[in-house]
Design a protein around this ligand. Structure first.
Ligand code: ZN
Ligand code: ZN
Length: 229
């Protein structure tokens, strides 16, 4: 459903930062824009033919927004496209301002829900990641009724989301998954994911934001999917 520019976490030396994209009509949608995302996007030529670009952000850790400023400048100066940045809070404007991107260079859609071009809708849910900044998971609704869950960085799955998934409610479910035991709910350990998702339901789950202790092979051995880059 989604395509990916990278599937790694912040300290993974070999995988690029987790960032997704999809196209609907003339609009390119990106989910997150980490430090490596802009260059990967350029190499993959994902901006070609896009008349609108919407960047949907989950939180402001650099592996999720580190090349956003470059992306806005490129789209505006090289493509003549003023991007739409979707993020609940105003902090993103501050981040862009101190990196040389003024408010006239993009459109910011704030708040917990947004109706985007091509009938795509996004709903933000607070995620369990860190206490220092606001972090969100997303529910995307596509025309035709398909829904996608994208955890962003989160060490937990909200009860209502899990219930909806187990009832067949999401076409695809993208979950931050780690192989490292970390205190708290920063990322979700693969074995904890196994406890939450029964084997016969794992085919709709894609593990993202992997780290050096979690291989794609281990993800697949557990019955989940890894994403193609
Ligand atoms: Zn991250
Ligand atoms: Zn993070």
């Amino acid at each position: 459903m989604l395509r990916f520019l990278g599937s790694g976490s912040a300290f993974d030396a070999f995988r690029c930062d987790t960032s997704a994209y999809f196209r609907r009509g003339d609009t390119l949608f990106m989910i997150d824009c980490g430090s490596t995302a802009f260059k990967c996007a350029l190499r993959k030529r994902i901006f070609e033919g896009a008349e609108r670009v919407c960047v949907i952000l989950t939180h402001l850790h650099m592996d999720h927004c580190g090349s956003l400023s470059q992306l806005v400048m490129y789209l505006l100066y090289k493509c003549g496209v003023k991007p739409v940045i979707v993020f609940p809070d105003r902090d993103v404007r501050e981040l862009l301002r101190i990196t040389g991107v003024g408010p006239d260079m993009y459109v910011h859609i704030s708040g917990r829900g947004a109706e985007l071009p091509e009938g795509v809708k996004v709903r933000y849910l607070e995620s369990a990641h860190v206490d220092t900044i606001n972090c969100y998971s997303l529910e995307l609704s596509l025309p035709g009724g398909d829904e996608i869950y994208y955890s962003g960085d989160s060490g937990a799955i909200p009860d209502a989301v899990l219930e909806k998934f187990l009832d067949g409610g999401y076409k695809a479910f993208y979950q931050d998954t780690t192989g490292e035991r970390i205190q708290g709910t920063v990322h979700l350990h693969i074995e904890d994911l196994c406890r939450l998702i029964p084997e016969d339901q794992r085919g709709r789950v894609y593990c993202i934001h992997l780290d050096p202790l979690l291989t794609e092979e281990r993800v697949r051995r557990r019955g989940f999917n890894s994403v193609e880059i």
